[in-house]
Design a protein around this ligand. Structure first.
Ligand code: DQQ
Length: 524
């Protein structure tokens, strides 16, 4: 496979863009027709163990050190995360041949604790001549008792009559694959799709990303879709055997293409307490709805809604962990160009796992899996502001080394503006800044161009939790609003925090390093 072709073909850094841009068709034409699957994999890029390439990735300060990553090249959506026979399994969309979207496979990693991961052999690869010849797209665990089965979207070239990605000559069908070995190394695909076409007569914008669940003896299946000029939708199916499916109606449907798009990707539907949560991805954002699932009508009624993350975060998918907690995963998108990704040799990361709960206001709360705090080292805390000078001196003594750190900052917003900045020595502009300004008119902070609401405690205190790892910064405001930012500014040496504006607002600050989960930024 020629690297240049990928560059030309895939200007988009997200699958969403790729799906809807002309680059998508080009990518398939160039990458799929010219070569056999083996030839498609350029050895220089595919062999991450090749010393030179490995060393380049190991030395890249922008490559995260405690996030789950692909060994090399491109990764996107989490697929079918699950706790199975004592281990966590994560599958994710990947392109083993280049650091841009294309040639979708399912990579596989295994973990004892959701922190340390080991890469496993590729779980699903496109089978030439088959339904998934042009990609094994996103899917979920099939709830089938003790067996390990996944349901995924298979993509192949098709006639206009059968295409579901309109104008692209691509057909999406839903397929099953099962593994019988203890480590889920080997996967056997069912030879026919379990769902080979959208409901007859429906004009839809896409047909992918199955999310099945079981209620008693009945299986249900939500599928990402939508209606042109109307809105995105989750199509609902029912089955008594998990193989033969009957279409019912949209489980939920959008009505504002400008806000929530015409195509809902990666739906996820699950109970939390006596409510249900629906997640879907559209227009580069993950949206959440909390509401009720009417079991008689088989309809979801939304009561509250919002954005799961205001930044580079997409295609969220959840699972229940060994302790019964609802864990949320998401893909950290790149915001740099395809050329830069190719030059770096990697693109995308898995966001840190977040524990999802429901607040008494029916809105979601989230925090990074508390076990991640065990990776913190050199924890230094500082309380109370006296003067601008003491704050500046204190912060100067709290460096973040190797771009891997965690910050907890509490503050009390008042009348006057202030901000927390992260900078590199020798650079005047901060790499990253969080600002509060009462002039905005509502209690909120601004990160880059995004405004995140504050939800202070009864004493008016707000808490920022910030996890920085290479070029990824995940920030949580009052455990309610989240923003995943990408920060590619070069830096050598330590990073430093600085406080600007109203000093009295700052109540406490804790800075720590975070221990890498591997020596070489290769995850394993
Ligand atoms: N990514 C997958 C699709 C999904 C999209 C393809 C979302 O299945 O809709 O890589 O990022």
């Amino acid at each position: 496979m020629n690297r240049r072709k990928f560059l030309v073909a895939s200007a988009a850094t997200s699958a969403l863009c790729a799906v809807h841009s002309s680059a998508y068709a080009g990518l398939f034409e160039e990458s799929q027709q010219a070569a056999t699957p083996k030839e498609r994999l350029s050895p220089a890029l595919v062999e991450p163990t090749a010393d030179q390439f490995r060393e380049k990735l190991r030395r890249d300060p922008l490559r995260p050190r405690f996030h789950l990553l692909a060994k090399a090249n491109w990764m996107n959506d989490p697929c079918a995360p699950r706790f199975f026979r004592g281990h966590y399994h994560m599958f994710f969309q990947s392109n083993p041949g280049a650091a841009v979207w294309g040639d979708m496979h399912w990579s596989h990693a295994i973990s004892p604790d959701l922190i340390y991961w080991k890469h496993m052999p590729m779980a699903l690869s496109p089978t030439p001549g088959s339904y998934d010849a042009d990609g094994c797209f996103t899917g979920s665990v099939f709830p089938d008792g003790e067996s390990a089965t996944v349901l995924y979207t298979a993509v192949s070239r098709s006639t206009v009559a059968l295409e579901t990605i309109r104008g692209k000559g691509l057909r999406e069908v839903q397929c099953l694959a099962t593994s019988t070995d203890a480590d889920l190394r080997i996967w056997k695909k069912l030879d026919k799709p379990v769902l080979d076409s959208p409901p007859p007569g429906l004009k839809i914008t896409g047909f992918r990303d199955p999310c099945p669940w079981k209620d008693g003896d009945i299986w249900y299946l939500g599928l990402g879709s939508g209606f042109p000029h109307v809105g995105g939708a989750v199509l609902l199916y029912r089955s008594t055997d998990g193989r033969n499916w009957t279409y019912l109606h949209p489980l939920a449907q959008g009505n504002s293409p400008a806000d929530t798009g015409e195509m809902w990707e990666c739906p996820d539907f699950f109970p939390v307490g006596d409510k249900h949560v629906l997640l879907y991805s559209a227009k580069h954002k993950v949206h959440w709805d909390v509401g009720t699932f009417d079991r008689r009508e088989l309809l979801f009624h939304s009561e509250t809604r919002g954005l799961l993350d205001h930044g580079s975060y997409y295609a969220a998918k959840s699972m229940v962990d060994a302790k019964g907690r609802r864990i949320l995963w998401g893909w950290v998108e790149e915001t740099r160009s395809a050329e830069e990704c190719v030059a770096a040799g990697w693109a995308g990361a898995m966001a840190l796992p977040r524990v999802l709960t429901l607040g008494s206001d029916n809105e979601l709360r989230m925090e990074v899996l508390p076990e991640f705090h065990s990776l913190r080292h050199n924890v230094q805390s500082w309380q109370k502001a006296d003067s601008t000078e003491t704050v500046a001196t204190a912060l100067a003594n709290l460096p973040i080394q190797t771009r891997a750190g965690m910050v907890v900052c509490t503050f009390k917003a008042g009348e006057r503006a202030f901000g927390l900045e992260l900078g590199a020595s020798g650079q005047s502009a901060p790499l990253f800044a969080i600002k509060y300004d009462n002039a905005i008119g509502k209690p909120s902070v601004t990160i880059a161009d995004q405004t995140l609401p504050l939800s202070p405690d009864r004493d008016g205190i707000s808490t920022l939790n910030l996890w920085m790892d290479g070029s990824v910064i995940e920030t949580f405001v009052d455990n309610k609003a989240a923003m995943t930012a990408r920060c590619y500014a070069p830096s050598s040496g330590d990073l430093h925090l600085a406080w600007s504006g109203e000093t009295a607002a700052l109540k406490s600050l804790t800075v720590s390093g975070v221990t890498p989960i591997s020596d070489d930024r290769l995850t394993t």
